[in-house]
Design a protein around this ligand. Structure first.
Ligand code: DAH
Length: 345
């Protein structure tokens, strides 16, 4: 090995390196070239290993040539890196490209089902008058669903509630939320202002206004000096809050657990009282049953009827929801048809 051969090798190495560097298409290729030429086991290092075989006076000269070549290769790598910067940027821009003209993907927003939504609306009105929500069981016993509400086993009023019985003796699917009155009276002392929303079941032929499964909200107030006038005032507020300023009226009704019992009517929310098919041309719609809690029922609930009076009311949630949302048939509520439910967004 002599100086001439070695420096020729170095020059051809430089030519090759510079050519390859300027042809490198991406940063990864450049990195490979850096390793290939300048790395610890790289070609330049390889050539320099031959220095030892040269006469001592030639060694610094070769070293100087090698340094110049090393710097040239380093410089070429650096300038190619900055040239390729735009390649890298273009690549990133392509990968992260957002087409701002694409229509957005709509986020599916959930909504309350109209039945719980209506229960919330009812609860929020009575809540302003201090009524608090309680819950009773859906599987009730005969005693609480009927007997303690003044409906004896042989009472003809049982016909009002066609009952679904369960396999547990003395138990049934509650036919109304009224047994909740007993449960509240058993656990709370007057003054009581209770609301009891919940699912009820009856053995009914299903049609547009009857389901074997439906919801009610029960209300109960017990205090000293509670009167029918208090009930009327409260129900008026309720009707106005839900249906706007409309006339209301009490009609006599019958329930074994209230005395007197009333039906509470609101001026037809469809025709405003003129008379239309929705109100059977009467101009009125009955929205709930109510009355003064029968003294016997207070007694069953452990409350002294000599000292306290109470009123109670019970309403069908589907009926209220129908009127709020102009739904003609309560079967829609349980069919889980999204075309129906999505209208309540
Ligand atoms: N429980 C009755 C029904 O299901 C509704 C009702 C009427 C509830 C009068 C009451 C009431 O609390 O006082 O038809």
């Amino acid at each position: 090995m002599d100086f001439e051969t070695l420096s020729a090798d170095l020059r051809s190495l430089q030519d090759r390196a510079l050519k390859e560097i300027s042809a490198a298409a991406d940063p990864e290729a450049l990195e490979q070239l850096q390793i290939q030429y300048l790395g610890k086991k790289g070609e330049l290092t390889g050539v320099l290993r031959g220095i030892g075989a040269l006469p001592a006076e030639d060694r610094p000269r070769v070293g100087a040539v090698a340094n110049v070549i090393g710097e040239a290769v380093k410089g070429a790598l650096a300038s190619r890196v900055s040239e390729l910067h735009s390649v890298v940027q273009a690549r990133r821009l392509a990968a992260e490209k957002v087409d701002v003209t694409m229509p957005g993907r709509p986020i599916a927003r959930g909504t309350l089902h109209p039945i719980p939504e209506t229960i919330e609306a009812i609860v929020s009105v009575f809540g302003q008058f201090g009524f608090v929500v309680y819950e009773g069981p859906e599987v009730e016993n005969d005693l609480t669903n009927f007997q303690m509400l003044n409906i004896a086993p042989d009472h003809p009023a049982r016909d009002l509630w066609d009952t679904l019985y369960v396999d547990i003796p003395g138990h049934l699917l509650r036919t109304h939320t009224s047994p909740g009155q007993i449960r509240v009276m058993e656990t709370e002392k007057p003054p009581i202002r209770a609301l009891l929303p919940g699912r009820c079941c009856r053995y009914e032929a299903v049609d547009a206004s009857h389901g074997f499964e439906f919801f009610q909200v029960e209300g109960l107030m017990v205090d000293e000096g509670t009167s029918l006038a208090d009930l009327k005032g409260l129900l008026d507020e309720f009707a106005h809050a839900l249906f706007g300023p409309r006339k209301t009226r009490f009609r006599p009704g019958y329930y074994p657990f209230t005395e007197p019992s009333v039906a509470f009517d609101v001026e037809c929310v469809v025709c405003g009282g003129i008379g239309c098919p929705a109100c059977s041309k009467s101009g009125w719609m009955t929205i709930l049953g109510a009355g003064m809690v029968h003294p016997v029922v207070l007694q069953y609930g452990g409350i002294d009827p000599e000292k306290y009076q109470g009123f109670a009311f019970g309403m069908g949630v589907e009926r209220i929801a129908n009127l709020r949302h102009s739904v003609p048939d309560l079967r829609y509520y349980l069919e889980n048809d999204l075309r129906f439910l999505e209208q309540f967004r």
